[in-house]
Design a protein around this ligand. Sequence first.
Ligand code: PAF
Length: 291
Amino acid sequence: MGVLQTAKGIRVITTIGEIKEVITKVKRQGKTIGFVPTMGYLHEGHLTLMRKAAAKTDFVVASIFVNPLQFGVGEDFEEYPRDLERDVRLAESAGVSLIFAPGVAEMYPDGYGTTVEVTRLTDRLCGRSRPGHFRGVTTVVTKLFNIIEPDIAFFGQKDAQQAVVLRKMAADLNMNLEIEIVPIVREPDGLAMSSRNKYLDPEERKAALVLSKALLLAKNLINSGARNTADLKREVTGFIGREPKARIDYVDILSFPGLEEIENVSGQVIIALAVFIGDTRLIDNVVLEVD
Ligand code: PAF
């Protein structure tokens, strides 16, 4: 089945052939296309991207595809939360005109053999802990860009390294589109929104606040004059280490968007964290401009 339709009229297309036909028609009408790629299980962070896309472009496409290529062995590809019906309702309310929800065989048919890889920027932070992850992301996003042909694609700052890597890919490969990065959306208590927050039990949900609190601690230390990266990392690591349910994957402070190691913070920097709370790996970051 290639096309589904909700009562209100939003279409869910599952085949590349059909979505390309719609895109050709939309382009012929002279409309600009906004694109929000997602893996579904939408939350307020995704809906913010969609609303932004609806405000800036004439026709918004969202993709919902849990991309096996970006999950490592033993990661949560099988368990990743999925609820297409709910996603369609939410996307529609956020101004999306069309959903592309292909199956794995549609995106990677038998014999599929091409990947896209950005070097250097992908060998640190999440790239170090999740080898091959960014190759999966850049491959699927290239395919999605070629299918949807958007004028503007929208990504969240929560996946800061992903955003930097995708901008580099688009620039290096002369892709004919703009990439807009939208600020992190947080729960009222500070937890960055993520589909993986669903995995947290009530005790873990409380413990997960250690990420945003650790970033706040770093920010306050920098505002009070701390500049040495090693000292700052030590403070942040110690703070997270006092939360019994937390296990640090990485705490890093790098230049932004270059993602270079720095001895002292100055100019634009990112403080980036990946922390397991129980079995759930959460990431968060803050970008600061330091005098
Ligand atoms: O950020 C995500 O949800 C995914 O990495 C993306 C960009 C949809 C590619 O699968």
